[in-house]
Design a protein around this ligand. Structure first.
Ligand code: ADP
Length: 623
C-alpha cells in the first residue's frame, strides 16, 4: 500500500467499516424489534399464566357477601391457599369498604382486617374497573406486575377487589438472557463480518493496487508490464483501459522521443545558430552553432540567462519588444580586435493557436562575408567614382584653359594637350583594368592554359626590360636607370599557365619595382623550385612599404602614396589584378618589405616535377 495513504483513507478500511456499520445498524433495528416483541410476548404469556380461574373469583365474591366476617375470612384464606401458582407473589382480597380480608402470604397475615391504603384498589372498587401496572419495589429491587380486579356479586355489584402481585423478575431474566444471547450472536456476527469485509475489500482493492503500481511504472517510463484482467467486471475493464493507455503512452513517448532526437539533430547540424527562450526571454535551448557564433564553450553559460544579455542588446531592446513584434531582424556586430563577426538575428515569437506567446526563437546567421562584400562593394563604387573624377576634373580644367585662349599659346598648348592625353590614357588603362577585374569577378575570364617553361618566359620578359633600358641609354633618355640581376635555377621548370596573363603580372611587378625604386637601383630576380611549387621573386631597393600597409597592398585602389602613384600614371589596380590572376592559376602572391630598404614580391605556382631523366631511361631501355 502506498505509504502516503493514511490507514483510515484506505478503501479497504472504508469498505470494512461501512460493512460493519451497516450490519450493526441492521442488527440494532432487528434486535430492538425482536426484544420488544419478545418482551410483549412474554409479558402476555405471564399475565395469562397468573390469571386466576373464574370460580376462584366467584367463590371470593360469594364470601365477601357473607355477613360473618370471621368465617368468611377463614374461607377466603382457604380459597387463597388453594391457589397454586408459583408466579403469583401475593393475592389480597379487599372488600368494598377497603378492608383487607385475606392474603395469600403468611408473612403479611397481620394486615388482614386493616384498611387498604392502596389507591388503585380503592379506585377499582369505586369505578368497578380493573387496573394493572408494573411497579418497581426498591426495597427488594424487584419489578412486580400488579393487577387489581373488582369482584362482583351476581347482580354485578362491586363487593370487593382482588389484588394480585406477581414478580416479573423471572420474565425479565428470561428476556435478558435471550437478549444477551442475541447480543453475543450479533457481536460475533459483526466481528466475523468485519473479518469477511476486510477479506472481500482486500480482494476488491488488490487489482486496484496492482493498477496503481502499473500506472506509477507507466509514469516512470516503464511500459514493460501488462495487467491481467481476471474478470470482465468494471475493474477488469479498467485494467484493459490501463493496458491500452500504457501502449498509447509508450507510442506517444517513442514518437515524441524520435521527434526530439530529430529536432536535436536538425538543431545541432544547422549552419545557423538557434536560441529558444521561455516567455520571460530566458534561454532554454541553444544549439552548437549558436555557441560557436557567440564564442561560448558550454550551453550552461547561456541557459536561463536573458536573451538580451546573451546577445548584448539590453541597451537597445527589451524582451517585451522582441516578443511583441511579430518578426524582427537585427544586425549584430560582434567583431572584436581579432576577428570580424556580423550576425543577423531573426526573432520570431512562439505563439499558440489561442494567441498565447510561450517564448521566442532567435536564429543567428553569420552575415560577416555578405556584410563585408557589401561594404567592399560600396567602397569600390565610391573609389571608382573618385578615381574617374580626378582625371576628368583635371582634363576639364585643362580643356577650359585651352578654351579660354591657351590654345593660342604655342608653348603652353602642347603641354596642356600632353597632360590631357596622359590623363585620358590613364583613364582608359583604369577602365580596362576595371573591366578585366570585373570579368575575373564574374568568372567569365577564360584562361588559356598551356605548359610553359617558366624560366624561359621569365628570361624573355626580363630581356624586354633590359632592352628598354638599353634603348633609353642609346637615346640618352632621362628616364630612370636600373639594372636587373637574375638568380635562376638551372632546371627547366614546366608550369601550366596562361602566358599572356602571367606576363601581365610579371610586367606589373617589374614596373612597380622600377617605379618605386631610386635611380640606378638594382632589381634582383630569383627563380627556384620546391618539390611541388615554383617560386619567382622580384626584389628592389626602393621605398619599401610601411608595415601597416602590407596587408592592404593587394586591395583595389590601395596606394601607399596616392599622389605619387597618380603622378607616375598608376591606377592602383595592378597588384589587385596580379593577385586575381595568380589565384586563378592556383598560386599565391605575397610581399615582404622593409620601409626605406626595399620590397620583395613573391609568386608561387603549383608545379609537378617532370622526371625527364627517368623518362629518357625508360625510352632508352625500350629501344
Ligand atoms: P599602382 O598603379 O599605384 O602602382 P599597384 O596596384 O601596382 O598600383 O600598387 C599598389 C601600391 O603598392 C602602389 O601605389 C604602391 O604604393 C605600392 N607598391 C607596389 N609595388 C611597390 C614596390 N615595389 N615598392 C614600394 N611600393 C610598392
Amino acid at each position: 500500500m502506498n505509504s502516503n495513504l493514511k490507514f483510515y483513507q484506505s478503501i479497504r478500511v472504508k469498505i470494512a467499516l461501512v460493512f460493519a456499520l451497516m450490519l450493526m445498524l441492521t442488527l440494532e433495528c432487528v434486535g430492538a424489534v425482536f426484544v420488544r416483541q419478545l418482551e410483549t410476548q412474554n409479558l402476555n404469556t405471564f399475565k395469562q399464566n397468573i390469571e386466576l380461574p373464574s370460580h376462584v373469583g366467584n367463590s371470593l365474591s360469594e364470601q365477601l357477601t357473607h355477613s360473618n366476617t370471621k368465617k368468611a375470612n377463614k374461607k377466603i384464606q382457604e380459597i387463597l391457599n388453594q391457589v397454586d401458582n408459583n408466579n403469583i407473589s401475593e393475592i389480597r382480597v379487599i372488600d368494598s369498604k377497603g378492608v383487607i380480608r385475606g392474603t395469600s402470604t403468611s408473612e403479611s397475615r397481620n394486615v388482614v382486617g386493616q384498611k387498604t391504603t392502596d389507591s388503585t384498589v380503592k379506585a377499582a372498587i369505586m369505578n368497578n374497573q380493573a387496573h394493572s401496572e408494573n411497579i418497581y419495589d426498591s426495597s427488594n429491587q424487584t419489578r412486580y406486575y400488579v393487577n387489581v380486579v373488582p369482584l362482583n356479586d351476581n347482580n354485578n355489584n362491586v363487593v370487593g377487589a382482588l389484588l394480585m402481585r406477581a414478580s416479573l423478575e423471572g420474565v425479565y431474566s428470561n428476556i435478558n438472557s435471550i437478549t444477551l444471547i442475541y447480543l453475543s450472536a450479533a457481536l460475533i456476527t459483526i466481528v466475523l463480518s468485519m473479518v469477511l469485509a476486510t477479506f472481500i475489500s482486500r480482494e476488491i482493492t488488490r487489482p486496484i493496487e496492482k493498477m496503481r503500481k502499473q500506472t506509477v511504472r507507466i509514469s516512470n517510463g516503464d511500459f514493460s508490464g501488462q495487467l491481467k484482467a481476471a474478470e470482465n467486471d468494471e475493474l477488469g475493464q479498467l485494467a484493459g483501459a490501463i493496458n491500452n493507455l500504457s501502449i498509447r503512452v509508450e507510442e506517444a513517448q517513442k514518437s515524441s522521443d524520435s521527434e526530439r532526437r530529430r529536432l536535436d539533430s536538425v538543431l545541432s547540424h544547422m549552419s545557423d545558430g538557434v536560441l529558444a527562450t521561455d516567455r520571460r526571454g530566458n534561454v532554454t535551448i541553444v544549439n552548437n552553432m549558436a555557441l560557436q557564433l557567440l564564442g561560448v564553450d558550454g550551453e550552461e553559460e547561456l541557459i536561463s540567462k536573458s536573451i538580451i544579455d546573451v546577445l548584448d542588446i539590453r541597451h537597445d531592446y527589451t524582451v517585451r519588444q522582441l516578443i511583441d513584434t511579430d518578426q524582427q531582424e537585427i544586425i549584430l556586430d560582434m567583431s572584436n580586435a581579432g576577428t570580424d563577426l556580423i550576425l543577423n538575428a531573426y526573432f520570431s515569437p512562439i505563439q499558440h493557436e489561442s494567441g498565447f506567446i510561450s517564448g521566442l526563437v532567435c536564429v543567428l546567421h553569420d552575415v560577416t562575408s555578405q556584410q563585408k562584400e557589401e561594404r567592399e562593394r560600396k567602397r569600390f563604387v565610391s573609389n571608382v567614382s573618385h578615381e574617374l573624377r580626378t582625371p576628368l576634373t583635371s582634363i576639364h580644367s585643362y580643356v577650359e584653359a585651352l578654351n579660354d585662349g591657351a590654345w593660342q599659346d604655342k608653348d603652353i598648348a602642347p603641354q596642356f594637350l600632353t597632360v590631357i592625353q596622359n590623363e585620358t590614357d590613364r583613364m582608359i588603362r583604369m577602365i580596362n583594368d576595371l573591366l578585366s577585374l570585373s570579368r575575373m569577378d564574374s568568372g567569365t575570364t577564360k584562361l588559356n592554359l598551356e605548359y610553359v617553361n617558366i624560366k624561359e618566359l621569365f628570361n624573355y620578359i626580363l630581356d624586354r626590360f633590359d632592352m628598354i633600358i638599353k634603348n633609353d641609354e642609346e637615346n640618352d633618355d632621362t628616364t630612370k636607370k636600373y639594372s636587373i640581376e637574375r638568380h635562376f635555377t638551372d632546371k627547366d621548370l614546366w608550369v601550366e599557365i596562361d602566358t599572356d596573363k602571367f606576363t601581365q603580372v610579371i610586367d606589373n611587378i617589374m614596373n612597380n619595382a622600377i617605379k618605386y625604386s631610386p635611380d640606378g637601383g638594382v632589381i634582383t630576380t630569383r627563380l627556384l623550385e620546391t618539390h611541388n611549387h615554383v617560386i619567382l621573386s622580384v626584389t628592389d631597393q626602393g621605398l619599401g612599404i610601411p608595415r601597416k600597409a602590407l596587408g592592404r597592398i593587394f586591395d583595389r585602389f590601395f596606394r601607399v602614396d596616392k599622389a605619387r602613384s597618380r603622378k607616375q600614371g598608376g591606377t592602383g589596380l595592378g597588384l589587385a589584378i596580379s593577385k586575381e590572376v595568380v589565384n586563378m592559376l592556383g598560386g599565391q602572391i605575397w610581399v615582404d618589405s622593409v620601409e626605406g630598404k626595399g620590397s620583395t614580391f613573391y609568386i608561387s605556382l603549383p608545379y609537378v616535377p617532370y622526371e625527364e631523366e627517368d623518362d629518357w631511361d625508360d625510352q632508352a631501355s625500350k629501344e
